[in-house]
Design a protein around this ligand. Structure first.
Ligand code: C2E
Ligand code: CA
Ligand code: CA
Length: 541
């Protein structure tokens, strides 16, 4: 029945039996009968001969049959052509649905299809290696320079990938700034070689419409069968490796390792528990005092979140804050922290300020500035008594939103400090660009004081800069009296650390302030301890 499926075969077959369905050649039997029939019918009426009457009947019946056949043939042919056209269209649509229109590479659907094909004939000893690539700061480029420039960057990145993958590799654009490459490779060494080549190619600046765009990439690598034996497992492993690469910063290549799965499981566990903890009120805010190194008085309390798990005991912010940031929970948590801390601060003397840590994720959330203003207003705290601590990583992806956030809150009287200074890029341009009142020198420099003259020189230089720009310089992590002496001599104006006090609950913070006041009353503000009160950590626990 092949003739039924193909219009050409069908026409051919009809012609063989004498019916030209197309009627193109004009030699079919239909017209012959058509021409023969009128004289026959006329003959019947004029000459009523018996055989002629019969012949006319046969001619009439044949004529009807021929017309019916031709009509049906035409209809069939039309339908078959139509079906063929639809099939062609569907094939084209399917092909298009597998391609990313911007770069011409496969999209996720196309890639998964290609990967499945590559898996089917994987020679023994060969590793099907997947490299998941994230372009660094692409979203920022897209937002600031526009989509046309963003598209050019993506196209250029795609070209660089094409030029650096081995023959037979599949390349795809997975999402806005993520590409995935799959290749059959002989060894992990080869994978390393290719990943490094891709990283180096993507690290070159892009030149688009007169702009010089610095980008770079982070790459996660996983291989089958070493890291996974299924397609989804392989992609998950590469994605997890990428997650670790992203955590380490731009131009980082990470190969999947089993420990990454354990870390992910731990993260998921923390996330679930943290959600429950927020509901069950297991979180509280502690306050660590920051002392004025000249007068020895408490100038500020830094709010630090604490989590007392009913079974696991105290969990540390260094462990759960990154999970809260990753999952977006930090937005709810951060608003709650600001609100609670601001409430506690209203009971302190006017000159004592409150410092609250803000994660970049919180700042980028819609309505972040309004949330903070609402928290201080609801608590009844003057905005000028709040200082928000920002870390340098916020400025790595510096965008207009961050500047708008800082400007809006500064206009309301809220102050800003640059936290953990010295651990990141330590670019002085952030200090120049934003109205920071305070710089907190990271404790890694302080613990190096005495041990390394280099750290001391850095603290001295930062303190000097603070003096010139009229900023407060806080030395973090002071644990010994020698460190206190050193940083004070180096020019730091404020100090924080276990030497003075650990973070304490709000009632202990109030007690520290009351003690300070009574001490001041006792000496009637004539002689003040030159370097702050005696160490409080023994008392505060
Ligand atoms: P950070 O903002 O640098 O906070 C100072 C950290 O150093 C605190 O650890 C504090 O307990 C610790 N510290 C203070 N003095 C000393 C010292 O003399 N020696 C040593 N070894 N450590 C000292 P903590 O409370 O575990 O917080 C760790 C980090 O977690 C904080 O670093 C901050 O980045 C983040 N974090 C804590 N609370 C919050 C919060 O409420 N919101 C946000 N977004 N992040 C928070
Ligand atoms: Ca801090
Ligand atoms: Ca800090």
């Amino acid at each position: 029945m092949a003739w039924l499926k193909s219009p050409t075969a069908f026409s051919h077959m009809m012609r063989r039996i004498g019916i030209d369905a197309d009627n193109r050649r004009g030699t079919s039997w239909g017209p012959t009968f058509l021409l023969a029939t009128p004289p026959l019918v006329a003959g019947v009426f004029l000459l009523p001969v018996h055989w002629l009457f019969k012949l006319a009947g046969v001619a009439l019946v044949t004529l009807c049959s021929v017309y019916a056949a031709v009509h049906t043939a035409r209809q069939l042919r039309h339908r078959i052509a139509e079906a063929e056209m639809h099939r062609e269209y569907a094939r084209e649509m399917e092909a298009r649905s597998r391609v990313d229109p911007v770069t011409g590479l496969s999209n996720r659907v196309g890639f998964e299809h290609d990967l499945a094909c590559m898996m089917e004939d994987l020679p023994l000893g060969t590793k099907l290696t997947v490299m998941w690539i994230d372009l660094h700061r692409f979203i920022e480029t897209n937002n600031s320079l526009g989509h046309a420039v963003g598209d050019r960057v993506l196209q250029e990145a795609a070209e660089r990938l094409r030029a650096n993958v081995p023959d037979g590799a599949a390349i795809s654009r997975f999402s806005s700034d993520e590409f995935v490459v799959a290749a059959k490779l002989a060894s992990a060494v080869k994978a390393q070689e290719i990943a490094s080549a891709l990283r180096d190619a993507l690290a070159q600046p892009y030149r688009v419409k007169g702009h010089r765009i610095e980008s770079g990439s982070m790459i996660g690598v996983a291989a089958m069968p070493d890291d996974a034996i299924t397609q989804s497992g392989l992609l998950q492993a590469a994605d997890l490796a990428l997650y670790h690469a992203k955590a380490s910063g731009p131009n980082e290549v990470r190969f999947f390792h089993d420990s990454m799965t354990r870390a992910l499981a731990r993260k998921k566990e923390i996330e679930a528990e943290l959600r429950a903890a927020i509901q069950r009120d297991e979180l509280s805010i502690f306050f660590q005092p920051i002392f004025d190194l000249r007068t020895g008085r408490i100038r500020c309390f830094e709010a630090l979140v604490r989590w007392f798990h009913p079974e696991k005991g105290e969990l540390y912010p260094d462990e759960f804050i990154p999970v809260a940031e990753d999952t977006g929970l930090i937005i709810t948590l951060g608003n709650w922290i600001t609100r609670q801390a601001a409430k506690a601060a209203t009971s302190w003397p006017e000159h004592v300020t409150l410092a609250v840590n803000l994660s970049p994720v919180q700042i980028k959330a819609p309505g972040a500035a309004l949330g903070i203003l609402a928290a201080v207003r609801d608590a009844g705290l003057a905005p000028s008594r709040l200082e928000l601590e920002l870390t340098e990583n916020l400025f790595l992806e510096d965008d207009e939103n961050t500047a708008a956030f800082i400007d809006m809150l500064s206009a309301e009287g809220i102050h800003f400090s640059l936290d953990d200074f010295g651990t990141g890029y330590s670019s002085l341009s952030y200090i120049n660009r934003h109205p920071f009142r305070t710089i907190k020198v990271d404790r890694s420099f302080v613990s190096g004081v005495n041990a390394a003259t280099c750290s001391e020189a850095i603290i001295r230089a930062v303190a000097e800069m603070g003096r010139t720009l009229d900023m407060e310089i806080v030395a973090e992590g002071l644990e010994t009296i020698d460190q206190v002496h050193s940083v004070r001599a180096a020019g730091c104006t404020l100090g924080q650390g276990y030497y003075f006090s650990r973070a304490v609950p709000d009632f202990t913070a109030a007690m520290l302030l009351a003690q300070e006041q009574s001490r001041l009353d006792r000496v009637q503000s004539s002689v003040v301890h030159p370097i702050g009160p005696e160490p409080m950590h023994k008392k505060a626990g």
